[in-house]
Ligand binder design. Structure first.
Ligand code: SAM
Length: 208
């Protein structure tokens, strides 16, 4: 399939300074998108500017663990670790099996968990899981029903220390999670126009 796309000229071999690994990651990501566009969200991984912006909400001096949702090929994972956070403090929850082993090889000390972010209790029972100090999510939330997104944030807040950020990017103009001021604050940050497509970072924190 991919080879045919090259033959037809729909995909073009890189004529730029991308490393072979980066190109291989993009192909792997694109293959996954062909298999499951709804869960994969985009056709290329997040750009480094957006990844850095998401990671800037992680406090590497905190001892609380950090949770990344939907790490894919690990672009945002890399940016999170570049803040100085220890690999052993990071847990990554990924749904797609084919991303799991490459993530473990790339970041051997990270806790990589295969599971469903819309069913958090199965992977992280609230009575035995240490509370997270930040959640960095690249889930394609807009592809899922509003009720599921509401349940998702309510469940997630229960797994977090008070006032910890849930960081989510979105290509849309509106918050990908409906506002609920009684339960959490919603803050939009600047558009990252360097990203393809441009995206915006949203941050949610439990109120009271
Ligand atoms: C838009 S991609 C982001 C990948 C990577 N973090 C990046 O920024 O390039 C969405 C990722 O979320 C994963 N994903 C989708 N639904 C999921 C779910 N219910 N639970 C966990 N991961 C999920 C996909 O497999 C994919 O890796």
């Amino acid at each position: 399939m991919i080879a045919n796309l090259f033959k037809l000229g729909i995909l073009v071999q890189p004529q730029h300074n991308k490393t072979p690994n980066k190109f291989a990651d993009e192909i792997r990501f694109f293959r996954r998108w062909i298999k499951n566009p709804k869960a994969t969200g985009g056709i290329v991984p997040t750009g480094s500017a957006l990844a850095k912006s998401m990671a800037s909400f992680v406090d590497p001096n905190s001892t609380a663990p950090v949770l990344e949702l939907g790490p894919g090929t690990g672009v945002i994972t890399k940016a999170i670790l570049a803040t100085g956070l220890a690999q052993s403090q990071l847990t990554c929850l990924e749904f797609s099996e084919e991303f799991i082993e490459p993530l473990k090889l790339l970041f051997p000390e990270i806790n990589v968990v295969q599971g469903d972010a819309f069913n958090l209790e199965t992977s992280f029972p609230s009575d035995t899981t240490e509370k997270f100090g930040a959640v960095i999510s690249a889930l394609p939330l807009l592809n899922f029903p509003i009720e599921l997104r509401q349940k998702f944030i309510t469940d997630l807040l229960d797994l977090m220390v008070p006032n910890a950020p849930i960081v989510q990017f979105s290509y849309g103009r509106k918050s990908p999670i409906p506002r609920n001021d009684a339960l959490y604050s919603t803050k939009a940050h600047d558009w990252v126009v360097k990203n393809i497509p441009p995206a915006r970072v949203w941050v949610y924190r439990r109120t009271a």
